[in-house]
Ligand binder design. Sequence first.
Ligand SMILES: [Zn+2]
Ligand SMILES: [Zn+2]
Length: 151
Amino acid sequence: MNSLSLKQPWASWVADGQKTIETRKYKTNCRGELLICSSLKPVFPGLPCGQALAVVNLVDCRPMTKADEKMSMCEIYPDAWSWMLTNIRKIRPFEVKGHLGFYGVDYRINIGDVLQTIWACRKCGCTDKQACEGGCHWVESDLCSRCWAED
Ligand SMILES: [Zn+2]
Ligand SMILES: [Zn+2]
């Protein structure tokens, strides 16, 4: 499984389903399951560092918009790409050793390791806990009524 390292507290925010959009200065054509890991450094008191925390589905990658600031939990910056994450499965954390690249961590998700699952809209990143302004509901498992209406 491919992996993605994030600094804390962002890694834990993804695992908890509060942050459903990851932003990077580059785009990716990669899709599918990603293991979300927290980087070893910098150490963030009270949060796990150097651990795998969640398995997510990377479903889209597109230029970041101002509207993405809420679900990415960061301000828009030049050349930012939004990596849209959904089916966020928080797992029992385990240590990941060595330097983590993007490719190839030997891990298979076990249903018993999943602590919680959060679905996010593939277009806007909204969730059950953080709906779109004015409210929205699910039209598909990963598409909200707001985004569905815009199509
Ligand atoms: Zn949406
Ligand atoms: Zn929505």
